[in-house]
Design a protein around this ligand. Structure first.
Ligand SMILES: NC(=O)c1ccc[n+]([C@@H]2O[C@H](COP(=O)([O-])OP(=O)(O)OC[C@H]3O[C@@H](n4cnc5c(N)ncnc54)[C@H](OP(=O)(O)O)[C@@H]3O)[C@@H](O)[C@H]2O)c1
Length: 317
């Protein structure tokens, strides 16, 4: 009988990638149980039409998760910081997933986590503010704190990277101004950003479930390719067939002050990528990711597939 993987976030990016990877391999020995708050939404129906079991559960309700995980072999655990912007809520939801996975006695959990950026700086380091009182980068640090909830479970800690898909999902692509110049703005200096095609995260996760015991108790850090902002700009210029892309290098303080929701958080995150390039890149490996997912894409390969989704038009003010 196929081993059931209960996929949290199956209607979203990471979990969706895993669900699609399992469904694309019907003889692989695994089946998808897609977890959503709303089985009637289009993404859930699309998964059901491809053969996934769709069940309703809410990360804020541990009892609903216990039911959703019952009888499953594995659980893919991901929380969505960007829905509420709260480190404390993210931890509470992660704890509910871990508690429910323990109660269900699952054999393998993959927890999609990130590193604790506070360990990279002394508490008195003034280069970036603390946010939500105690975090440097809340969506990293809260996930790292939540790692402890999963100890005692047969868990693999999956350390992910910046999705290149943010270029269209969050409008981060270079934009054309009135004079036809393409530009974008980051506080990244010349440091490399560890990036990945979002779809590849789920494919790596599938590789981890398939490998089974080999990755239980391990931390697996993944990247698709590490590129500077200028390198990405050059590739976008060629791949999109647009003029050269001007990189406006700003200070992290300037970026934090841009005022869009999460600007302070993103400013701190990019500053960590810039100031601690060596540590961040050392925690992630494209070789490991490719071993688990031989289809792992480079930036150019991802761009060739996704170029039609990327808009370089500035939003109308
Ligand atoms: N963007 C990046 O570059 C990046 C890089 C590394 C890590 N991350 C992390 O990725 C996480 C988000 O994952 P994603 O990009 O896959 O998210 P996403 O595409 O926005 O989808 C969110 C998923 O979470 C589910 N969900 C959210 N709240 C839920 C709740 N209360 N109960 C049940 N399900 C819930 C949603 O399911 P329903 O709505 O169907 O219920 C949906 O499937 C964030 O925490 C972020 O920090 C992002």
């Amino acid at each position: 009988m196929a081993k059931i993987i209960a996929v949290v976030g199956a209607t979203g990016t990471q979990g969706g990638g895993l669900a699609r990877a399992i469904l694309a391999d019907p003889s692989g020995g695994f089946a998808v149980r897609a977890i959503t708050r709303d089985p009637n939404k289009d993404n859930a129906k699309a998964l059901a039409s491809k053969g996934a079991e769709v069940v309703s559960a809410n990360l804020d309700d541990v009892e609903s998760l216990k039911k959703a995980f019952a009888g499953a072999h594995g659980v893919y655990a991901v929380t969505n910081f960007w829905e509420h912007f709260s480190g404390e809520k993210e931890k509470a939801q992660a704890k509910n997933i871990a508690d429910a996975a323990k109660a269900a006695g699952v054999k393998h959990v993959i927890w999609s986590t990130l590193e604790d950026t506070r360990k990279l700086m002394d508490p008195g380091d003034k280069r970036m503010p603390f946010l939500q009182e105690k975090y440097r980068v809340p969506h990293f640090d809260a996930k790292a704190e939540a790692d402890a909830y999963f100890s005692g479970l047969p868990v693999t800690y999956l350390v992910t990277s910046f999705y290149w898909d943010n270029l269209y999902m969050f409008g981060l692509a270079p934009k054309k101004d009135e004079s036809g110049v393409y530009s974008w703005t980051f506080p990244m200096g010349n440091s490399k950003l560890a990036g990945i095609a979002a779809e590849d995260i789920g494919k790596v996760a599938y590789g981890i479930f398939k490998a089974g015991q080999e990755y239980v108790g391990k931390t697996v850090g993944i990247t698709g390719e590490n590129l500077t902002i200028n390198e990405m700009g050059e590739k976008l210029s060629k791949g999109l067939g647009i003029g050269s892309v001007k990189y406006n290098v700003v200070e992290a303080d300037t970026y934090r002050g841009f005022g869009f929701p999460g600007a302070d958080e993103m400013g701190n995150m990019f500053q960590v990528y810039r100031d601690f390039e060596k540590e961040v890149l050392a925690a992630r490996s494209a070789d490991v990711a490719r071993k688990l997912n031989p289809q792992l894409q480079t930036f150019d390969q991802w761009l060739a597939k996704n170029r039609s989704k990327i808009s370089t038009e500035a939003p109308v003010a």
